[in-house]
Design a protein around this ligand. Structure first.
Ligand code: SAH
Ligand code: F3S
Length: 481
């Protein structure tokens, strides 16, 4: 992957994406939604759009005509929050022309800053945390009365199981389906457990129903989403941490992630199933075997490692060692030889030495990841890392280490892509290539982007065979067979 491609991937992960359209003819109000951060946030915006659609709001791409401007936010790194503050300032300038427009902050930054952002910065009218979107209709009523409105309560049960998301920016081929919310892991660098609350799983019946609806609409791929999907556990509702206290008959009927994956892949044999994100500590042999058993489960695992040093992993409160991580990867490759594995890595966590950094580079050499998302450590207020450790790695050192990690990833990505050259791959067509409407863009099972010339025979949503004849570190090029 070239440097540009890598930063583009990271940018894509970070940049805001705006809602394109959804229209119900009887609706007369307009909401503009901009989403930042993880895929879960994109899916949450689709849930919000669904709740608001019933309240008389159609989505719009045009800020000028919006009655309500919502920004669904990310707190994962300081830069993400800075970007959002700048957008809020921009929205407030527009408010000079449309004084009745209301501005709302959703998601992780809303949860992290709570009322403070109303009082201190006066940039927003509405603050709603990730578990409080059902309350939006009431909160919007409060705004109509000229008040500011806040709901940042976190929930033990909320999974929005019964809400059918309005698919925004949809290519009609691929959709996200959330299966868990929250995270119990408390990695010491991470703000997510504070902003998204305790972990809970969604009723498998509602997951299967949502996929059925997608299939009926012609979708061909779903990505099961959660902060830690491998920790999925349905035992009738409630927090994951309370499972241990359940009676035996409840425990015996519980469905874990391997069970859910098996159910989904069996029921929807024509749908390609992806999932993200996997945590190495919870990634089980059962999941590996289930992936190997079903050809419609995509052969790609996003398995963030964060660091290749045991000392740093321990300080990060990651629950695995480097040796255990390697064992997991070895087992995955044994059962699924053609699997793609991707990573998240953090450069310059507190106390990281050059020896620790070298251990990360060594681990990368061992795994040779297909691709990855790499970040300089950004200390987040309230986390254990912020409270107990000193952010002692100078910025320029973090950036140099990050550069070395990205360069190595680029070499490995190119190596992995080269392995497809000369071979046939199965591609699910997502739509036109960005650069040319004479070419299709799709992905193979390993999540590699494939570009090939159109023939008269295919359309988006088709699964076609392509012979690969060239590649970059981020893209395969070929011809339809
Ligand atoms: N389990 C989650 C992880 C969320 S955060 C998921 O579903 O993706 C995504 C990635 O951001 C993490 O894996 C980590 O590599 C990175 N990250 C999290 N907190 C960070 C911080 N404080 N500084 C830099 N990177 C961070
Ligand atoms: Fe964050 Fe660790 Fe959970 S990275 S989302 S606390 S698994």
């Amino acid at each position: 992957m070239s440097q540009n491609d890598t930063s583009k991937k990271i940018d894509e992960k970070l940049q805001g994406s705006t809602t394109k359209y959804f229209q119900a003819t009887e609706n007369n109000k307009k909401v503009y939604i901009e989403s930042y951060g993880c895929q879960m946030n994109m899916n949450d915006s689709e849930i919000v759009a669904s709740i608001l659609l019933k309240q008389g709001f159609n989505t719009t791409e045009n800020l000028d005509e919006a009655d309500l401007v919502l920004i669904n936010t990310c707190s994962i790194r300081e830069k993400a929050e800075t970007t959002i503050r700048n957008r809020l300032k921009h929205f407030n300038k527009l408010k000079q022309y449309n004084p009745n427009t209301k501005i709302g902050l959703l998601g992780c930054m809303a949860e992290r800053l709570k009322e403070k952002i109303l009082d201190e910065e006066k940039l927003v009218d509405l603050v709603v945390g990730p578990d409080a979107y059902r309350d939006l209709p009431n909160l919007i009523d409060e705004l109509a009365d000229g008040r500011k409105a806040v709901n940042v309560l976190l929930s033990k049960e909320e999974t929005y199981a019964d809400i059918e998301p309005v698919r925004l920016n949809s290519n009609g081929v691929s959709a996200f389906v959330s299966i868990t919310r929250g995270c119990d892991n408390m990695c010491t660098f991470c703000v997510v457990p504070f902003t998204r609350g305790r972990e809970r799983s969604r009723d498998p019946k509602s997951i299967l129903h949502e996929i059925q609806v997608l299939q009926d609409k012609g979708f061909k791929e779903v990505t099961l989403l959660g902060q830690n999907v491998d920790s999925y556990l349905w035992y009738g509702g409630g927090l994951k941490k309370d499972f241990v206290n359940q009676p035996d008959e409840v425990k015996q009927k519980a469905i874990d992630f391997a069970g859910l994956l098996d159910l989904t892949a069996t029921r929807f044999s024509d749908i390609r199933i992806r999932f993200s994100t996997s945590n190495p500590q919870d990634f089980s042999l059962e999941v590996i075997k289930t992936m190997a058993k079903h050809s419609n489960i995509a052969k790609h695992i996003h398995l963030p490692v964060q660091s290749g040093s045991d000392r740093i992993l321990k300080l990060m409160n990651r629950k695995h060692t480097v040796a255990q991580y390697k064992e997991t990867v070895d087992a995955i490759r044994k059962y699924i030889p053609d699997v793609a594995i991707s990573q998240d890595l953090i450069a310059g966590f507190s106390t990281e030495t050059e020896v620790d950094h070298q251990a990360t580079l060594d681990l990368m050499d061992y795994i040779k990841y297909d691709f990855g998302f790499m970040f300089a450590y950004s200390v987040r207020p309230g986390t254990w890392g912020a409270r107990k450790l000193t952010d002692d790695i100078p910025h320029h050192v973090k950036l140099r280490r990050l550069r070395e990690i990205i360069d190595k990833q680029q070499t490995h990505s190119l190596y992995r892509m080269q392995q497809f050259v000369g071979k046939e791959v199965e591609v699910l067509i997502e739509g036109n290539s960005k650069k040319s409407d004479k070419h299709w863009m799709g992905r193979n099972s390993q999540n590699a982007v494939v570009i090939f010339e159109k023939t008269a025979k295919e359309q988006p949503g088709d699964l076609v065979k392509v012979k690969v004849n060239d590649c970059t570190s981020a893209t395969l090029f070929g011809n339809r067979i």
